[in-house]
Design a protein around this ligand. Structure first.
Ligand code: 13P
Length: 250
C-alpha cells in the first residue's frame, strides 16, 4: 500500500513573514533530499506568499490553515481558494478543532469548504477528532462518524483521491497528552472503515490519515511507524526548524 506519509506543520497564529522566512532558511537544509515523506508548512495568511517563495524548488509544500468556501464576495477577513492558488499554495486545512471551537465551523461548513477545495484542485486536510468528555463517554466512534458524514456529504469517490484526513483528538492538542499509538490506530481504523461506507473501499484504502495532537520529536517514531498512521499534523513542535525536522525524519 503506497500511502506516502505527509508531515505537516500547522503554525497556527505564530510567525511574522520575517520569522517564517528565517524558519524556512534554517529548515530546508535539514530536510534536503528527504523524499520518504511529503512535507508541508501551513503559515498564517500574511506569511503564505513569503513561505511559498522561500520553499520554491524544494521538497517542501505550502498551504493555508483555513479557506472560505465562496468563490468571492463580502466576507470580511476571509481568503478564497483562488487567492490561495494565486499565491502559489497547494494545500489547505479544513475544520481544525480550533476553528470548530472558536469560529463556529460546523460539519456543513467543512463540507462546503471541501467541495470548494476539490473544485480548485487544492489538497484538503480535513480535521476530525473527539473531545475528552466524548472519549470518556465511549462516543469517539460516533463523533468521528458524524464528522465524516458531514464533511464528505455529496463528495464523489472519483473526486476524493486527494483528500487527506487528520485525526486530532481535541484533548491531545496543545496539552502534551498524546494519544498512544493504539488509540490512534483504533481511531484511524474507524475513520477508514467509515470512508469505505461513505465513499468506497478503494478510496478508503488509499486515503492518508494523519495523526495530530502533541506530536513531538520523542514520540513521533512510535506513532509514525504504524501502517495505519500516514503522517502527522504538528502544532507546537513544528515552530522550531530542528524540532520539526527531527519529526520529519522520525
Ligand atoms: P500540538 O502539536 O501543539 O498539540 O497541535 C496539534 C494541532 O492542532 C495541529 O493542527
Amino acid at each position: 500500500m503506497s500511502r506516502k506519509p505527509l508531515i505537516a506543520a500547522n503554525w497556527k497564529m505564530y510567525k511574522t513573514p520575517a520569522e517564517a522566512k528565517a524558519f524556512v532558511d534554517a529548515f530546508l537544509p535539514l530536510v534536503a533530499g528527504h523524499t520518504r515523506d511529503e512535507i508541508a508548512l501551513f503559515p498564517s495568511v500574511t506569511s503564505l506568499a513569503t513561505v511559498v517563495e522561500a520553499v520554491a524548488g524544494s521538497n517542501v509544500l505550502a498551504g493555508l490553515q483555513n479557506m472560505h468556501y465562496a468563490e468571492e464576495g463580502a466576507y470580511t477577513g476571509e481568503t478564497s481558494a483562488t487567492m490561495l492558488k494565486a499565491v502559489g499554495a497547494t494545500h489547505t486545512l479544513i475544520g481544525h478543532s480550533e476553528r470548530r471551537q472558536y469560529f463556529n465551523e460546523t460539519d456543513s461548513i467543512v463540507n462546503k469548504k471541501l467541495h470548494t477545495a476539490l473544485i480548485h484542485g487544492i489538497v484538503p486536510i480535513v480535521c476530525v477528532g473527539e473531545h475528552l468528555h466524548e472519549r470518556e463517554a465511549g462516543l469517539t466512534g460516533s463523533v468521528l462518524l458524524a464528522q465524516l458524514k458531514g464533511a464528505l456529504a455529496d463528495i464523489k469517490p472519483a473526486d476524493a483521491s486527494s483528500i487527506v484526513i487528520a485525526y486530532e483528538p481535541v484533548w491531545a492538542i496543545g496539552t502534551g497528552k498524546t494519544a498512544t499509538p493504539e488509540m490512534a490506530i483504533g481511531a484511524h481504523m474507524i475513520i477508514r472503515a467509515e470512508i469505505a461506507n461513505i465513499l468506497d473501499s478503494s478510496v478508503a484504502r488509499a486515503i492518508r490519515i494523519l495523526y495530530g495532537g502533541s506530536v513531538k520529536p520523542d514520540n513521533a517514531t512510535d506513532l509514525l511507524d504504524q501502517d495505519e498512521i500516514n503522517g502527522a499534523l504538528v502544532g507546537g513542535a513544528s515552530l522550531k526548524p530542528d524540532s520539526f525536522a527531527s519529526i520529519v525524519k522520525y
